[in-house]
Design a protein around this ligand. Structure first.
Ligand SMILES: Nc1ncnc2c1ncn2[C@@H]1O[C@H](COP(=O)(O)OP(=O)(O)O)[C@@H](O)[C@H]1O
Ligand SMILES: [Mg+2]
Length: 254
């Protein structure tokens, strides 16, 4: 199958720090690709290059076979790349529906003339979206302020689904969540993938990575040093690459 997203030979430096060195990865539709590595390995920088927050110094991105370069996160989002951060940018004082529709709610015309938000359609859409990702948000009119961390993730995932994201980036989505909520986020990630979305999944918890991902890429000091099918590796093997132990030419950690 054609790659949905291809990162080709991307490098990115911050002053003296080579945050990314000649990194290439590809993502197929419906695939969950885990990206693991120690703190500072370059995972978030890679995601920020893909989501338009940092321009790469060299290398290129391709989306559905076409060269793509994003001047901003907004441009990347318009092209179908959605980022779901650990501390999500949601509008706390608005309800779940408003956060999903982002001010582009379906309208109806009052007295055939004045456009107003079509609350019934909004409500039905929100209920359907939340049902599709099997989230447990009892009332779509709840303000986001009142939601738990996992429910906030659900809102962001529903928004990605509604706006037909092609690629969803989840950077440490479960880091701040209780165990049960983490389970729900993993389930929602798989459910997005079943809809054909490609997912880049960063997580420190290797058991979660092995459970939810189809493939895993390992970053070490800015380079991608290993890639494999999740079913063909183990926590031990991933840790060996993450710590540079299995990387040729890398210093063996003390
Ligand atoms: N905006 C920035 N300015 C300067 N250095 C940065 C910036 N972002 C990341 N870095 C550096 O780049 C390296 C990779 O960081 P990062 O991509 O955040 O790693 P990870 O997400 O794997 O922990 C680190 O050495 C980090 O300090
Ligand atoms: Mg990071």
């Amino acid at each position: 199958m054609d790659a949905l997203l291809e990162v080709r030979n991307v490098s990115k430096r911050f002053g003296a720090v080579e945050a990314l060195k000649d990194v290439s990865v590809s993502l197929a539709p419906g695939e969950v690709l885990g990206v693991v590595g120690d703190n500072g390995a370059g995972k978030s920088t890679l995601m920020k290059v893909i989501s338009g927050a940092h321009p790469p110094d060299s290398g290129e991105l391709r989306l559905a076979g076409q060269p793509a370069s994003f001047a901003s996160p907004r441009a990347a989002r318009q092209a179908g790349i959605e980022m779901i951060y650990q501390d999500l940018a949601l509008a706390d004082h608005l309800d779940v529906g408003a956060n999903i529709f982002l001010g582009r709610e379906p309208l109806r015309r009052l007295a055939g003339v004045v456009p107003v938000i079509d609350d019934a359609t909004v409500r039905a859409e929100v209920v359907a979206l939340l049902g599709r990702i099997e989230s447990h948000i009892p009332d779509p009119e709840t303000r986001v302020l009142a939601l738990s961390g996992g429910q906030r993730q659900a809102v962001a995932i529903a928004r990605a689904l509604y706006w037909k994201a092609k690629v969803v980036i989840m950077d440490e989505p479960t880091a701040a969540l209780a165990a049960i909520e983490s389970r729900n986020v993993l389930r929602m990630a798989r459910s997005l993938a079943r809809d054909g979305v490609g997912i880049l999944f960063i997580d420190h918890n290797l058991l979660e990575v092995l459970e939810v991902c189809d493939r895993v890429a390992v970053m070490y000091r800015g380079s991608k040093v290993y890639e494999c099918r999740a079913s063909e590796t183990s926590q031990d093997e991933l840790v060996r690459y993450m710590t540079g132990f299995s990387v040729q030419g890398a210093a063996v950690p003390a």
